[in-house]
Design a binder for this molecule. Structure first.
Ligand code: HXC
Length: 517
């Protein structure tokens, strides 16, 4: 064998060794845990054969605790680039078979390198997390590695989309990188995120709690809102990322690629003309309306199990990606509260940062009253949603289906928050408050003084409702651009979006605003 051939063979052998990560035994253990390896995950994520690995020969530089004797090619993370549906994406996948995927100084350098490349090329970064946290043997060097990653997460925020999948442990400060990214997908059963684990919790607070109950996918998708979508398992998480990716652009200067639309734009849905119940207190399902107006009824919901009174997610209208924000009358009557406001605000800001038009469907009775909400800071949380809509410069189309009262009317993308096209169904009630509450304030004394207080209040309520609880009063002042037939909603929204395609609005120059956090 020539010396060149020998060198080529050495390369082939080294590559083979690197691809085994922590070795066959560790890979078998990973499979036993119900988890895929880093490389298997990347294969599932990217278009077949598109992955180009970078830094396969990196090794850690630690000499503490005999680490110099345990040096593994690639050092616990697989990094590189490839494509999803032909579009460039940068990816890192932590390799649990190598030191439990723990983060070393060199592992951080690998991750930072592909983040820097993603910024240079204007392409999204997807992180597949499965790690025991900071590499304990490396001490402060591991910590500084985390900080380097966080700094890049921050600078990349709003410039390139960042998506995290949690496919194993993600504990301690490690949780902050996913938290800084735009979307966090957790796989049920195998993933958990917490700042301090059950043992520390027990020591500090005396509380007994399992990993699952402290930071499993269920907890973070239903209670904390940290997780945007809880996937059934690791494979499902990756399938969801591919789907999510199809709705978002490469960076803040581009738009999401158009998809050919085989759903007629003038498709009418007669059932929408009858969907609003006669009784104002009866709910209907907002999912039905969303399904009726978007292309082929396809909707990727974000945070489906958190603050269900507000629905957010991605869909397409005539092939163009849109962000949908809609009150859900079926849950808490569609009221806005702290959690719904925070959920909506972050989504609106994501869409605005990445040039995704907003379609807002309104049926909101108001903000949830009470000490629970006030003590929780609903004033600040509600202001977040208000801020997000008012700041957004992407095309904004709003349709009011039924209730739109008071502060919640303003917050839900009203005309004065630079709503571009604001439509209402004939069933819309756009007023400062509902009729019953209004007459209590205005006519309580008069009713009390009368022989039949109930009758007086009922008459005044009917008068109030006739005057205010309709769309025409708002339309009369131009606050509503048109009152539309519900069955035509799809067509009218698409027409509006087509008109708004060349919209250009620039906010005043500033370092950054001060959103009420
Ligand atoms: C070095 C680690 C490690 C770590 C795991 N390993 N975590 N090595 N540093 N942080 C190693 C184990 O020693 C083991 O090596 C291998 O990875 C697999 O781990 P197991 O414990 O066998 O796996 P499992 O039973 O599934 O348990 C997984 C685990 C557990 C729950 C993640 O390993 C664990 O609790 N690890 C420590 C978590 C932790 O406290 N991390 C530090 C947090 S502080 P061998 O050689 O036996 O195969 C932190 C600060 C960050 O992260 C701050 C950022 C700002």
């Amino acid at each position: 064998m020539s010396s060149q051939l020998e060198k080529v063979q050495e390369l082939i052998n080294l590559r083979k060794e690197a691809r085994l990560g922590g070795g066959e035994k560790a890979i078998a253990k990973q499979h036993e845990r119900g988890k895929y390896t880093a490389r298997e995950r990347i294969e599932q994520l990217l278009d077949e054969g598109s992955f180009e690995e970078i830094d396969m020969f990196v090794r850690h530089r630690c000499h503490n605790f005999g680490q110099e004797k345990k040096s593994i090619l690639g050092d616990g993370v697989v990094t590189g680039y490839g494509t999803i549906e032909g579009r460039l994406v940068y990816v890192f996948a932590q390799d649990f078979t190598v030191f439990g995927g723990s983060l070393s100084e060199t592992m951080a350098l690998k991750i930072c390198k592909i983040m820097d490349m993603a910024m240079k090329m204007g392409a999204p970064v997807i992180g597949l997390n499965d790690s025991g946290g900071a590499r304990i043997q490396e001490g402060i060097n591991a910590l500084s590695g985390y900080a380097e990653i966080f700094q890049r997460n921050i600078l990349a925020s709003g410039v390139i989309p960042q998506i995290s999948a949690i496919l194993g442990p993600c504990a301690g400060g490690a949780v902050y990188s996913p938290a800084l990214t735009d979307f966090t997908i957790m796989a049920k059963g195998i993933s958990y995120m917490f700042l301090t684990g059950p043992k520390v919790v027990k020591t500090v607070t005396g509380e007994d709690v399992s990993q699952e109950d402290l930071g499993g996918a269920d907890v973070h998708s239903k209670k904390s809102g940290v997780c945007h979508i809880a996937a059934e398992d690791g494979e499902d998480a990756i399938r969801i990322i591919r789907k999510l990716f199809s709705y978002i652009p490469q960076n803040n200067l581009e738009e999401t690629p158009l998809v050919e639309c085989d759903d007629p734009i003038d498709r009418v849905d007669d059932e929408l003309n009858e969907i609003i119940p006669d009784s104002a207190n009866k709910p209907y399902d907002m999912y039905r309306v969303i399904g009726a107006i978007v292309d082929n009824g396809e909707f990727l919901e974000i945070q489906p199990d958190y603050a269900k009174n507000l629905i957010i997610g991605f869909a397409r209208m005539n092939g163009q990606a849109v962000g949908v924000v809609a009150n859900q009358p079926k849950f808490l009557a569609g009221v806005l509260d702290s959690n719904a406001s925070r959920k909506g605000a972050r989504f609106v800001r994501f869409c605005d940062a990445f040039n995704i038009p907003l379609v807002t469907l309104v049926d909101v009775p108001g903000f949830l009253p009470g000490t629970g909400q006030e003590y929780n800071g609903v004033i600040l949380h509600g202001a977040k949603l208000l801020y997000a809509y008012g700041e957004a410069t992407v095309p904004k189309v709003t349709v009011t289906l039924r209730k739109s009262y008071g502060g919640s009317h303003i917050v839900m993308s009203c005309k004065q928050l630079r709503g571009d096209m604001n439509y209402a169904w004939p069933t819309a009630e756009i007023a400062v408050m509902g009729g019953a509450g209004a007459v209590e304030v205005l006519y309580a004394k008069e009713a009390k003084a009368s022989e039949d207080p109930k009758k007086v209040l009922a008459e005044k309520e009917a008068e109030y409702n006739k005057l205010f609880c309709n769309p025409y009063n708002a339309a009369r002042y131009g606050y509503i651009d048109d009152v539309i037939e519900p069955r035509n909603t799809r067509f009218r929204v698409i027409r509006a979006l087509q008109q708004l395609a060349t919209k250009k609005v620039v906010n005043p120059a500033k370092k950054h605003g001060n959103i009420p956090l």
